[in-house]
Write a protein that binds this ligand. Structure first.
Ligand code: ATP
Ligand code: MG
Ligand code: MG
Ligand code: MG
Length: 478
């Protein structure tokens, strides 16, 4: 089943069950506390927290998401993209646990001929929160799941809140058993790597008012919410790879053409060599993320969103280099990604001149410094090894960044390949100093003199905000 068809079926399923279909919001998060939209619920936060009345009692969407948190997993697991699409259904004080479970079960196991996804019910497992007997009972009664396929997990996996005082509650996740060739029996409780029991859908039951929220697992329940909400997220690419009978999300119809083109350019056969395969999957993933981010108006830069886009594009370019392709690759790969995604996002086609100009210019800028930067890197590694301290200094990483445009994770990746580490904290401190200098300069330009106190004040005010914004993305899992 094509990805576009799964998307269509999802929306249709919920539309038929009284949900308003809401178009995807931008990848640039509508919520100011996040750089990117990391989940389907992000555009609905005002309704879920009760800050604004919801204009509809039920909604459904297929939301474009970016999670930089998962960048290290890309290509190594079967299931993590930096860009992916989250199918969701939402209830704002309308149906609750039973409704959410019923709707999900009907779609997952409903016959293909009737608009369902046709998964074999015998291969479905679910998890519920430790004390959530209500959800466990509903799964047993509504779906007829045997009790041994309803497992209980703690707060780390099966509890959701925003990280601040406010609404929260247990969640319940749906897993698909890919079979014994992918790992031992025992269900998601045992398979912590998630290779055999693949998490496809998270149902969040916003049920309680929480206070004293100190961490994911440390908070206090004040009482029940007057209006309970449902927020769910199903990974479109994960469902697609299962239904398309391929091994992972980089091999689905919306991603694989880029992977194949990259393999052709490099003259390698996908599936022959693990290391090359991971690189090809990274390329396919990052090229698509770059396309979607530029499509939503992000441009490469040294801060915030722009920096993340830069990292993705440059990492893709460097991966192509490592695969043996020295010529510019984005002009070969980006149009392929556009063609694969254009069916669902026609604006990528109409806007492609702009999008491609931004991407190609970024590759050119990186290519101009790649050779000299790599030479500097090699020298630094040689010196570090000779000195018996196999670590690159913060200054060296900073100089690679500042002079040669090597994003920190490109440097980290190159260092790891050479078996050396990098003083990341030192690098960040230097980045911060540079930022502060730039701010003080800008201020000096405005006032005509350098005001030392203002510099201090700026430091206090803006301090590590940019890196905080970056680390916000590291807490986006739920
Ligand atoms: P995982 O444990 O596999 O990392 P998660 O628990 O972090 O997933 P949720 O935050 O529960 O994921 O998001 C809801 C759904 O979105 C997941 O069940 C999954 O299907 C999908 N999803 C999450 N992260 C990704 C990703 N990086 N790439 C593709 N799909 C994803
Ligand atoms: Mg999970
Ligand atoms: Mg989850
Ligand atoms: Mg995750």
């Amino acid at each position: 089943m094509q990805t576009a068809e799964i998307r269509r079926r999802f929306l249709q399923h919920f539309e038929q069950r009284g949900h308003t279909v809401v178009p995807s919001a931008s990848l640039v998060s509508p919520d100011p506390s996040l750089l990117f939209t990391v989940a389907g619920m992000v555009p609905f936060i005002p309704y879920l927290t009760g800050r604004e009345p919801a204009p509809f009692p039920r909604a459904t969407s297929v939301q474009k998401c970016v999670r930089t948190l998962d960048i290290e997993e890309v290509g190594k697991t079967t299931r993590h993209g930096t860009f992916f699409q989250m199918n969701g259904n939402f209830s704002f004080g309308d149906y609750f646990k039973e409704g959410a479970i019923q709707h999900a079960w009907e779609l997952v196991t409903g016959p293909v001929a009737d608009g369902g996804l046709g998964f074999d019910p015998d291969r479905i497992w679910v998890t519920v929160y430790l004390d959530d007997d209500e959800a466990a009972e509903a799964w047993h009664r509504i779906a007829g799941l045997p009790l041994e396929r309803i497992q209980r997990l703690g707060k780390k996996d099966n509890y959701w809140h925003t990280g601040a005082d406010g609404p929260g509650g247990p969640c319940s996740e749906i897993y698909y058993d890919r079979g014994p060739e992918f790992g031992p029996d025992g269900g998601p409780l045992v398979d912590t790597a998630g290779d055999r029991f693949l998490e496809i859908w998270n149902l969040v039951f916003m049920q309680y008012e929480l206070t004293d929220v100190r961490s994911k697992e440390d908070f206090r329940i004040v009482g029940e919410l007057p209006k309970k909400n449902i927020d769910t997220g199903m990974g479109l690419e994960r469902v697609a790879f299962l239904l398309q009978g391929v091994d992972n999300m980089y091999e689905i119809d919306e991603v694989a053409p880029v992977l194949r083109r990259a393999a052709d350019l490099a003259g390698v056969t996908y599936g022959k060599d693990h290391e090359a395969d991971v690189r090809l999957r990274v390329v396919a993933d990052h090229v698509r993320s770059g396309l979607m981010l530029i499509g939503d108006g992000v441009t490469p830069g040294n801060e915030g969103r722009g920096y993340i886009l830069r990292r993705l594009l440059r990492r893709a370019v460097r991966s192509m280099r490592l695969l043996g392709v020295d010529a510019a690759s984005l002009p070969e790969l980006l149009p392929v990604s556009r063609d694969a995604m254009g069916l669902s996002y026609p604006e990528l086609v109409t806007d492609f001149d702009r999008i491609s100009a931004v991407a190609y210019a970024e590759e050119e800028a990186f290519r101009r410094t790649l050779t000299s930067g790599t030479a500097l890197f090699d020298t630094a590694v040689r010196e570090a090894k000779a000195a018996g301290t196999p670590a690159l200094s913060g200054e060296q990483a900073f100089s690679l960044h500042d002079t040669y445009g090597f994003p920190i994770d490109v440097t980290l990746e190159m260092a790891a390949e050479q078996g050396v580490t990098v003083d990341e904290a030192g690098f960040r401190a230097l980045m911060q100093q540079q930022r502060d200098r730039a701010r003080a300069d800008a201020r000096a330009k405005r006032t005509g003199s350098v005001d030392v106190l203002a510099y201090r004040r700026l430091l206090a005010e803006h301090g590590p905000t940019d890196w905080q914004a970056y680390s916000t993305l590291r807490t986006d899992s739920r």
